[in-house]
Design a protein around this ligand. Sequence first.
Ligand SMILES: [Zn+2]
Length: 137
Amino acid sequence: MGDLFKNIDDEEFADKFSTNEDCLHFLADKKWEAGFVCKKCANTNFCKGKTLYARRCTRCKHEESATAHTIFHRCHIPLAEAFRIAYMVCCNPSVSTYELSRQIELRQMTCWKLKSRLVTCLKSRGEVDILSDPTLI
Ligand SMILES: [Zn+2]
């Protein structure tokens, strides 16, 4: 996962992650790469959930969204913008939140919150693992 954005340039990034749906699809793909396992009952059968790319356990009906347990969970900003921040921070961990705020046109505090999650990730594992929310550890 740390390699996520490593071989991607700006153009490719813009192309691959231009919409919220692209980002959700990507997260769901990565997260359930090895198959779905229900967090509540460990069942591996699922059906579609209520939200896009969410999965619902067929046994206990527990539903997991594509962003649950990732650093993008409850992020309050459009996923595509959050991905852009993640991309910019991965490319340049010392980028200032003012710069992020200027480029992405979001409040500096919003950028700061997400960046601090990303940096916590970077520090704790030497890489950014967007599939794991450091605030949950
Ligand atoms: Zn279940």
